[in-house]
Design a protein. Structure first.
Length: 444
């Protein structure tokens, strides 16, 4: 299969690389203040937790991953920041205690009650706290923890070992989690990537136990991240997976019964992909796959969907000046329409450069390559590690929440975009013949 890459690579470098024209007006304001959280926030999720009409923030405070044989191999807490009408945030105390090395967090209603709950995947399995669910009791910030263990016999270990053959990390090494009803029974199901065991963990929703016993799908290549969406238009939930070790994207088709089959894999055009997202980037009605790389190059690659389901056409956006030099270290990306033009934009958390790079989609149609205008927001304190979006000031526009490594804080970047006024309908042209009736143009 021939993949169209080279021509789009050249175009992308000109449109969205360092020489790209900056957006004339900044889309986001830098945070006026930072809000403290626990040590080294690795993931962030935003949603109204207490039903007061204002979005709140949860961070997974990973700390530093050390030898899993130590008594305390990483930090073990989540921070909850409760928002108010003035975009101020108050940290709830005490913090929520979870397993060691909380690595990924999502907010979703898993118990069928009114209020959203918190689900976190932990990297270190010490004390068998692989997954933790915090059920929202909506009583003065009280959450009921439910610890979930993944049986050891269901997992192997396929990653790095020291000279004595001892694993450098631990199984299950959970690095991503998604919660969604994938089998149509009305209960939220859970999927998680097990980086060190080369499997994807699946747990069906259970009205009594929250989640049923886990089962696994073999996924060799160190699955690092996953996202859910209907990728082939059959109305069923599918899955895109980023394979860290083999530098591939896997497309898994779901059967709406809790089963997934890997349909295809293809190279990510870089090394060590860490994030994968799903969005219709060129607005042609087909969901595309977006991948970013972290430790070897500063690239974001868009794989465009097609009716044949091959994703054979891709476009690379390089944030750095030199592919051989790691300048930015993209740790996370979010895809959202930031400026209200109904086209998906991209924001990247750049750890090494201390920046959030915003790529505004300036394209006019579905033609490839798509064009982007780049703007940069530099942080003097802390390193951007993770991103999420929410409308914190209830003005109808999504703002950016940034988890800042080293600073142990969160900064909120307010969306400054003005609400666009609808364009007036074009006036009808007069006919050259007085008797003829003027026919108005159709709106574009």
């Amino acid at each position: 299969m021939m993949r169209r890459t080279l021509s789009l690579l050249i175009a992308a470098a000109a449109l969205a690389g360092p020489s790209a024209l900056a957006a004339p007006n900044k889309t986001f304001a830098m945070p006026g203040k930072l809000f403290p959280v626990g040590p080294n926030p690795n993931a962030i999720a935003c949603r109204d937790l207490n039903d007061d009409g204002f979005a709140d923030i949860v961070t997974a405070d990973r700390g530093v991953l050390t030898d899993p044989r130590e008594e305390r191999p990483a930090n073990d807490e989540l921070s909850v920041l409760l928002g108010d009408a003035k975009m101020n945030f108050t940290r709830q105390t005490p913090s929520l205690k979870t397993g060691f090395g909380p690595y990924a967090v999502v907010i979703a209603n898993v118990d069928g009650l009114k209020w959203p709950d918190i689900v976190v995947a932990n990297f270190h399995e010490v004390r068998h706290r692989d997954l933790t669910v915090f059920l929202n009791l909506h009583t003065e910030g009280i959450f009921k923890p439910v610890e979930i263990r993944i049986p050891e016999e269901t997992l192997g270990y396929g990653r790095q070992k020291d000279g004595e053959g001892v694993p450098l990390y631990t199984k299950p090494g959970l690095s991503a989690v998604a919660v969604q009803d994938v089998n149509g029974d009305g209960l939220r199901d859970l999927l998680a990537t097990s980086w060190s065991s080369d499997v994807i963990v699946f747990m069906e929703g259970d009205k009594d136990a929250v989640f049923a016993n886990p089962r696994t799908f073999s996924a060799p290549g160190a699955p690092r991240d996953l996202r859910l969406g209907d990728l082939n238009g059959d109305g069923k939930t599918d899955m895109a997976v980023a394979y860290y070790a083999t530098a591939e994207v896997g497309v898994w088709f779901g059967d709406e019964k809790g089963g997934f089959t890997e349909h295809t894999r293809f190279p990510t055009r870089g090394n060590l992909p860490t994030t994968v997202r799903i969005a219709d980037m060129n607005c042609d009605g087909l969901p595309d796959i977006i991948v970013s790389h972290c430790h070897t190059e500063d690239s974001i690659v868009i794989f465009y969907n097609d009716p044949a389901g091959t994703w054979a056409c891709s476009q690379e956006i390089c944030l750095g000046k030199d592919r051989g030099v790691l300048e930015h270290e993209i740790r996370d990306i979010v895809v959202d329409d930031f400026n209200g033009d109904r086209r998906p934009d991209v924001a990247a958390a750049c750890h090494a450069s201390g920046e959030v790079a915003v790529l505004l989609n300036t394209s006019r149609g579905p033609e490839l390559p798509q064009s982007f205008a780049r703007e940069t927001h530099s942080f003097a304190e802390g390193k951007p590690r993770a991103l999420d979006v929410a409308d914190f000031d209830n003005d109808g526009k999504n703002d950016l929440a940034v988890a800042l490594w080293d600073a142990n804080a969160v900064g909120v970047m307010r969306n400054l975009t003005k609400t666009a006024e609808p364009e007036p309908a074009p006036k009808a042209k007069k006919s050259a013949e007085p008797e003829a009736e003027a026919k108005p143009k159709k709106n574009r």
